[in-house]
Design a protein around this ligand. Structure first.
Ligand SMILES: CC(C)(COP(=O)(O)OP(=O)(O)OC[C@H]1O[C@@H](n2cnc3c(N)ncnc32)[C@H](O)[C@@H]1OP(=O)(O)O)[C@@H](O)C(=O)NCCC(=O)NCCS
Length: 228
C-alpha cells in the first residue's frame, strides 16, 4: 500500500501587519473580538501559516485564499476550515507558544497540540478518557500522569478534528493506545465513529503534547518542519 506523506508545519505565534493583511473580512472580525493579545497572535499566525502552506501547494496567491468553515451540525461558520476545490485537506491547532498545521494530499487530517498544564487530570479524565484509559492513568506514578493525560487528549482531539466533529463528539467513546505505545485507535463505540484511521504523535518540544490523525489505512510518512 503506498505511503501517505503528511507535511507538518510549526510556527511560533506572532502578530505582524503583513500577516493581518491577509485576513478576510470574517477573520478580521474574529481577530478584533479576541480580548487577549496572545489569542489574537495564535489566530492570525494559524491563518497566515495556512495561507502560506496552501499557496505553495496550490499556486494560488496567499491573499486570494478563502476558507470555508461550515459547521456540519448547525450550518454556522465555526466548523473545520477547508479549501474547497483544492483536493487537499488540512488542520490547524494552537496552544501556548505553538501553532501547527498539517497538510494532506486528499484524506482528511486533524492535528492537536496542547501545552501541558496543571489541569485536574482526575476530574477531566471523566470527560476525556475511556474506562480502560482511566485505569492506565490511575496505575501511573503521579509525576507521569500529566504527560500521559495530555497524550491521550491530543490523540483523541486530533481524530475528532479530522472528522470535523470537534468536541461535539464524545471523547470517552474513543479508546486509544497507551502513551508509551505507538499511537493507534483501539476501539470507538459511537455512531460518529469512522474507520480506517491512522494516528501519530508529533514532536512539539518539552512541555507540550501533539498528535495527528488521518482518515486512511495507508501507512503515514510525517515530515515536520522545525519549530520557529
Ligand atoms: C475544534 C475544537 C475541538 C478546537 O479546540 P481547541 O483545543 O480549542 O483549539 P485548537 O487550537 O486545537 O483548534 C482550533 C482550530 O481548529 C480548527 N477547527 C475549528 N472547528 C473545527 C472542527 N469542527 N473540526 C476540525 N477543526 C476545527 C480551526 O482551524 C481552529 O483554528 P482557528 O482559531 O484558526 O479557527 C473545538 O473548537 C470544537 O469542538 N469546535 C466545534 C464544536 C461544535 O461543533 N459545536 C457544535 C456547534 S453547533
Amino acid at each position: 500500500m503506498p505511503v501517505l506523506e503528511c507535511a507538518v508545519h510549526w510556527a511560533v505565534p506572532a502578530d505582524e501587519p503583513h500577516m493581518r493583511d491577509l485576513l478576510d473580512a470574517g477573520e478580521r472580525d474574529r481577530y478584533e473580538r479576541f480580548l487577549r493579545a496572545e489569542d489574537k497572535a495564535r489566530f492570525v499566525t494559524g491563518r497566515f501559516l495556512a495561507r502560506t502552506v496552501l499557496s505553495e501547494a496550490t499556486g494560488l496567491a496567499p491573499g486570494g485564499i478563502r476558507f470555508t468553515t461550515d459547521c456540519p451540525h448547525c450550518g454556522g461558520a465555526h466548523g473545520k476550515p477547508r479549501l474547497p476545490g483544492s483536493g487537499l485537506d488540512f488542520s490547524l491547532s494552537h496552544s501556548g507558544d505553538r501553532v501547527v498545521l498539517v497538510l494532506s494530499d486528499g484524506p482528511e487530517v486533524g492535528v492537536d497540540v496542547e501545552r501541558e498544564s496543571d489541569r485536574d487530570v482526575d476530574r477531566l479524565g471523566t470527560m476525556v478518557l475511556s474506562a480502560p484509559e482511566r485505569d492506565v492513568l490511575a496505575e501511573m506514578p503521579p509525576d507521569q500522569r500529566k504527560r500521559a493525560f495530555h497524550s491521550y487528549w491530543c490523540r483523541k482531539e486530533a481524530l475528532l478534528k479530522a472528522t470535523g466533529h470537534g468536541l461535539a463528539a464524545s471523547m470517552t467513546a474513543i479508546h486509544v493506545s497507551g502513551p508509551d505505545e505507538p499511537a493507534a485507535v483501539l476501539s470507538w463505540d459511537d455512531d460518529k465513529a469512522v474507520s480506517p484511521v491512522r494516528l501519530a504523535d508529533l514532536t512539539p518540544g518539552p512541555g507540550y503534547a501533539a498528535s495527528v490523525a488521518v482518515l486512511t489505512d495507508r501507512p503515514l510518512k510525517i515530515t515536520e518542519t522545525p519549530i520557529g
